[in-house]
Ligand binder design. Structure first.
Ligand SMILES: Nc1ncnc2c1ncn2[C@@H]1O[C@H](COP(=O)(O)OP(=O)(O)OP(=O)(O)O)[C@@H](O)[C@H]1O
Ligand SMILES: [Mg+2]
Length: 143
């Protein structure tokens, strides 16, 4: 059976002033569709580095990632990531920040449908009353 997500000999090496820093080396992992997986390890062991590579936000030094039978190249709207710290654009409201993603993923929907999608997800995450607030007006958890 072929796995849904395959990390194969995934390696991340950063160039630093002290020479190459090996952050992740030969990391193998296979995940099935619908499986819930936690990566557990000490601070700085490379968990976010691996997630960033799956999200396509980080170059892969060696090895590769296969998702649904295709090798991953760069980021795409088929993957979502919740960053460790909020990455909201401070001059935009909560609604406008959410619309950035909605516009990318639901580009075939019309303007009104996209607005409804953003409002729906803000509402079900308890942010219905905060849609027009800017990040500085939101609590850390709301961000
Ligand atoms: N751009 C970079 N250049 C050099 N080293 C980096 C870079 N980014 C991250 N690192 C180093 O890579 C290591 C892994 O970082 P990473 O953010 O993946 O850790 P983590 O396991 O997610 O930790 P935490 O649990 O604290 O979130 C750390 O030692 C960090 O200093
Ligand atoms: Mg991390």
């Amino acid at each position: 059976m072929s796995h849904y997500l395959i990390l194969s000999k995934l390696t991340q090496i950063y160039p630093t002033s002290n020479g190459p820093a090996v952050i992740v080396r030969d990391f193998d992992l296979a995940i099935e569709k619908g499986e819930f997986v936690c990566l557990i390890g000490h601070s700085g062991c490379g968990k976010s580095t691996v997630l960033s590579m799956i999200a396509g936000l980080n170059d892969i030094t060696e090895g590769g990632i296969i998702l649904a039978g295709k090798e991953l190249v760069g980021p795409g709207p088929d993957r979502g990531i919740v960053f460790q710290s909020p990455c909201l654009l401070p001059w935009m409201t909560a609604f406008e920040n959410v619309m950035l993603g909605v516009n990318q993923v639901f580009f075939t929907a019309n303007r009104d449908e996209r607005r409804q999608i953003a409002e729906y997800y803000l509402s079900v995450t308890g942010l219905g009353d905060a849609m027009q607030k800017r990040p500085a007006e939101l609590s850390q958890g709301m961000r």
